[in-house]
Design a protein around this ligand. Sequence first.
Ligand SMILES: Nc1nc2c(ncn2[C@@H]2O[C@H](COP(=O)(O)OP(=O)(O)OP(=O)(O)O)[C@@H](O)[C@H]2O)c(=O)[nH]1
Ligand SMILES: [Mg+2]
Ligand SMILES: [Zn+2]
Length: 359
Amino acid sequence: MNGEVKKNEELGYNEFFETNRKKLKLENFSVARVTAEYKGAYKVKNFAGEYLGKITGKQMFNALSREDYPSVGDWVAITELDAERAVIQAVLPRKTIIKRKYSNKNETQIIATNIDVAFIVESVGRDYNLNRFERYFAIANDGGVKPAIILNKTDLISKEELDLKLSQINNRFNNTDVILTSAVTDEGLNKLKNYILKGKTYCFLGSSGVGKSSLINKLLGQNVIKTESISISTGKGKHATTGRQMYFLENKGIVIDNPGMREVGMTDNSSGINNLFDEITVLAKKCKYTDCTHTHESGCEVLSAVKSGKLNKDKYSNYIILKKESEHYEMTELEKRKKDQKFGKFIKTAKKELKKYKY
Ligand SMILES: Nc1nc2c(ncn2[C@@H]2O[C@H](COP(=O)(O)OP(=O)(O)OP(=O)(O)O)[C@@H](O)[C@H]2O)c(=O)[nH]1
Ligand SMILES: [Mg+2]
Ligand SMILES: [Zn+2]
């Protein structure tokens, strides 16, 4: 890496991006990182400064889908117009990507790119849910991102209750790092700070109100981000954070705050799920039938592991649910319509049958 671009390392730039920049013959442009996204414009930053970036008309024309547009976390090639404005010429290939599929649209939404670790944040209160952790893990896994758990608001429960929750988490996810935090008492904040390494990028994911922005404010050492008190806010399901934004910490770690997610749907790629449940994938190889669905078949190794207690029952049922969801996304629109029609027919016949019996 040459002198100039090397100065971007603190913002997360590395050989991966530099190699691709050369491959794409973008050496004549500067590079910058997308730190925020607005309607039709982006905030981009490099060692030299911060710019309001717009994409070129040509690029807009070339973009086939939302995924071709810059996202928070991307490295882009730019031309500086002046000290405050730049034109985005191209998006460099992404090292990792966190995305999700809308359940009702055929579109994928990019949450963030070039992430090293995804912090999956839950609070100990009503929000606490082991299955939800697994959903987020599948999304992270799918994009090549390592997940880690943050369990926040530890100040709200007793030491005993917290120990119980921690052992539940460790039992279910024995390979995942867990950080217990409180943005009120500052418990675990040093641990969190030490976890975050120089030049690496971390994104905070989780439901609204779990304390993502509060934790980032604590890491920044000041209240930069507006947070929302749920009890005071009148609107139901109100989100304090509405946009994605990247922040740079004093120790040179990089964090991205995200709005809370209402639903965590599965993407169309089931490889994330298979990796996540590799324990089940290994068992499945020994099933009697190669197309075994592990739900009712005889000679199913997965089912017998559940029966013998070798495989956690909750983990198994969440696997089946996530798998079904992801298969649903994989179906083409035509297949979905056919399936719905079939279901409609089924209901009609069932109703007719019932009428016969004068129900
Ligand atoms: N008791 C307690 N309250 C907390 C803690 N962390 C955050 N809160 C409160 O929880 C509420 C929501 O916090 P936010 O930081 O806005 O939550 P968020 O995850 O960023 O929410 P969205 O931006 O809507 O996704 C605020 O009233 C915070 O003061 C904590 O550790 N303990
Ligand atoms: Mg927030
Ligand atoms: Zn099976």
